[in-house]
Design a protein around this ligand. Structure first.
Ligand SMILES: Cc1ncc(C[n+]2csc(CCOP(=O)(O)OP(=O)(O)O)c2C)c(N)n1
Length: 550
């Protein structure tokens, strides 16, 4: 267990030690060497570091992530946003005895680097290589596997209850969840239960103001994050300055036993006045801390230490504010913040992207839906925080008022569509095959049993490649095939896809499912050669039937 002194003036000036950007000359492309990172293979190697070295470690770690991802591609800017958080968490807590659960885990690269896997980064997201997400089989430091969002709080609570039931020596379970992932219903189910059971746990809300993918671009229906909660947490930030360690120390009294609290009651009352906000989380039974600057190690470390050393069983929500892509100018400047990237040039951030041989199934779907919506005002599109991946960004540009981004909330998306269908709209509920697993009961109970004409569009059906097992769309035929009233369609080429979108739009007698793979179709030329299709005049050679193709 490590403890460092509160920051001193000399530590504050330690940023000047960092080897960073210069005012003139070529863009900074990282430190020449990484002596501190080289000395840290596992978190226990961080014990001896002082605050100034810790900052240097964070700096080296950031550039190690940039260099590694530039060579392989992968999720990128989310990791850059949690460099300081990862450094602070591994410094303060003792993994693997303590548990850190990364929600979605697309931001886990710095965690992997500090937990013995730095040398495996050349194999990132490749066959037999290192996973792009946390995976229990891969390392004892990956407390919980992920890939799908909003699971971390439930898992952390389960671990916390198990640790206390089994009388384990320590009980530190930390869920790190983004303001996107916290839009998922499971997160609230868990918080509600954690408050009720008084489970000792820390939820770190990593608030970067980005909910849907791609981030920052015109999401379906607007540029604002598709989440009232994200707006709410931003308001907390506007309404008061960052909370520093001194503010926190005052309000911390509320976590202590009542007799101790009396001593400092006046200070506590003062702190309550100062520390406004957090009401939603407090109502759910959490002790709310924040918002604090998630890039300020000097502030974050002592707060985490205090929370670690508290005997309280009350769950804590630590609200940190971060920048997705922090420390790398091309990511900060990119409309999507370089959320997921191919290989890229470090100096410019320019990615090597081959030109696609043909349009993607996603874009063919989106354009076909635009055609259907042009003819029929009842056609609307729904996405669960994936406007880019499902083509709802394309549809949303043409029909912003008929496009609905509900946040990472697949269950809600399906039942929301069911409600729309009850009133005569023609909802196209566009969700990746793998994420539709979340909405299973809603498909059965709210759509199929009521035979409502919801059009469920499953992009990324089949094997998806680098994202691996959590993202393969391999189960939908099995899990949907057994449900009554569903008409399931799967096109074998882009012409059939266009045809089937029209079929879905025209079919009002029950629910339809249209599933198609990731990637591109044959392309016009090949289609003509193979099947004699003439794409030039946009003709559809065969009319879609209500069929099941397996
Ligand atoms: C159930 C589910 N739906 C959709 C996704 C796709 N997805 C991956 S990351 C992400 C955005 C997450 O936002 P946030 O948690 O705020 O993290 P950030 O990317 O901003 O760092 C989405 C929608 C997913 N992983 N799981």
């Amino acid at each position: 267990m490590r403890t460092i002194q509160q920051s001193t003036q000399s530590q504050k000036s330690s940023t000047s030690l960092l080897d960073t950007q210069t005012d003139s000359g070529p863009p900074y492309s990282g430190p020449a060497s990484k002596p501190i990172l080289d000395s840290v293979k596992f978190p226990s190697d961080m014990n001896r570091l002082n605050m100034s070295e810790l900052k240097q470690l964070a700096h080296e770690l950031r550039w190690e992530v940039i260099e590694a991802v530039s060579k392989t591609g992968g999720h990128f800017s989310s990791s850059l946003g949690v460099i300081e958080l990862t450094t602070a968490l591994h410094y303060v807590f003792d993994m693997p005895e303590d548990d850190i659960i990364w929600d979605v885990a697309h931001q886990c690269y710095p965690h992997k680097m500090l937990t013995g896997r730095r040398d495996r980064f050349p194999t990132l997201r490749q066959l037999n290589g290192m996973s792009g997400f946390c995976k229990r089989k891969e390392s004892e430091y990956d407390s919980f596997g992920a890939g799908h969002s909003s699971t971390s709080i439930s898992a952390a609570q389960g671990m916390s209850v198990a640790k206390s039931t089994l009388n384990k020596r320590k009980n530190n379970c930390i869920a790190v969840i983004g303001d996107g992932a916290i839009t998922g219903g499971m997160a609230y189910e868990a918080m509600n239960n954690a408050g009720y059971l008084s489970s000792r746990m820390i939820v770190v809300l990593n608030d970067n103001g980005q909910v849907s993918l791609p981030t920052g671009t015109q999401s379906a229906g607007g540029v604002k994050p598709a989440s009232q909660l994200s707006a709410y947490t931003s308001n907390l930030l506007v309404s008061k300055p960052f909370q520093d360690f001194r503010d926190f120390a005052k309000s911390f009294n509320r976590l202590l036993p009542e007799n101790v609290q009396d001593v400092n009651k006046r200070i506590d009352e003062y702190a309550r006045g100062v520390v406004t906000g957090g009401t939603l989380f407090e109502e759910l039974g959490f002790f709310y801390v924040g918002p604090i600057d998630g890039h300020d190690l000097e502030n974050m470390v002592p707060i985490l230490e205090k929370l670690r050393d508290s005997d309280s069983n009350k769950p804590v929500l630590l609200h940190i504010k971060t920048n997705k892509g922090q420390g790398y100018a091309p990511a900060l400047a990119a409309s999507d913040r370089m959320h997921g990237v191919g290989k890229f040039d470090i100096a410019t951030g320019i990615q090597q992207k081959g030109k696609a041989a043909a349009p993607s199934f996603t874009s063919i779907f989106a354009n076909s839906l635009i055609d259907a919506a042009t003819e029929d005002r009842a056609v609307v599109g729904i996405t669960a925080a994936m406007p880019g991946g499902t083509g709802m960004d394309i549809f949303g540009r043409r029909f912003p008022k008929r496009t609905f981004d509900v946040g990472i909330a697949e269950q809600h998306a399906v039942t929301f569509a069911a409600g729309m269908a009850c009133e005569g709209l023609k909802p196209f509920c566009c969700i990746y095959s793998t994420f539709m697993q979340r909405g299973y009961d809603q498909v059965v109970h709210d759509v199929a049993i009521q035979n409502l004409p919801v059009r469920m569009i499953l992009d990324r059906a089949g094997v998806v490649g680098n994202d691996g097992p959590t993202h393969h769309g391999c189960y939908d035929l099995a899990y949907l095939g057994c449900i009554p009233n569903l008409t399931i369609m799967s096109p074998s080429d882009e012409i059939e896809l266009r045809n089937m979108v029209a079929t879905c739009a025209g079919f009002d007698d029950g629910p339809t499912v249209l599933r198609y793979p990731r990637g591109v179709g044959y392309g016009a030329e090949k289609l003509q050669n193979l099947f004699g299709y003439d794409l030039e005049d946009g003709e559809i050679p065969t009319k879609g039937e209500f069929i099941v193709r397996i």
